[in-house]
Design a protein around this ligand. Sequence first.
Ligand SMILES: Cc1cc2nc3c(=O)[nH]c(=O)nc-3n(C[C@H](O)[C@H](O)[C@H](O)COP(=O)(O)O)c2cc1C
Length: 169
Amino acid sequence: MITKVLIAYGTTNGSTARIAETVADVLGKEGLTAEALPARTVESVSGYDAVVVGGGLYAGRWHKDARRFVRRHRADLAGRPVWLFSSGPLDPSASERDMPPVFGVKRAMDRVDAEGHITFGGCLLEGARGRVARMILRSGKGGDFRDFARIEDWARSVAADLTAAGVSR
Ligand SMILES: Cc1cc2nc3c(=O)[nH]c(=O)nc-3n(C[C@H](O)[C@H](O)[C@H](O)COP(=O)(O)O)c2cc1C
């Protein structure tokens, strides 16, 4: 039986989508079936054996699409293995130490009895949407702090857990 995994993400400027696609690629290489989709486009999780939910951090909160996704699919998620990730810090801190989930993400973890959570570095580059984004960029605090080696390591650990548990439909 092949395990089918959904990676649902909430993004404003696209950088969390790349992280989600990287997670899906790694899971695929590890022998699972995985697809990354914008969280707001997912009607149902019933066709998936396991779910990863990721969102960018904005003003200390998880992206609204990720929050809504967990709220809407809460009951189905609680019956499946679920992992969450956040992407945010615009500095190397997330690669240097484990960063705990923000309050709302911790609450989401509790709601769906999540297996785990990780914070990855974020990315903010020229052309990002919003006045505050432009202010951050003008002050020289943008950049790409996504650590793809760390993202791939984490995805491999998710794959290993799912394989060990023999999760499948
Ligand atoms: C207006 C704004 C607010 C942000 N607030 C936070 C924050 O509270 N914590 C954090 O770690 N990163 C914060 N960031 C950085 C974003 O989380 C980072 O750019 C992330 O990669 C965005 O994901 P996205 O490109 O998928 O939308 C903020 C960025 C912007 C533009």
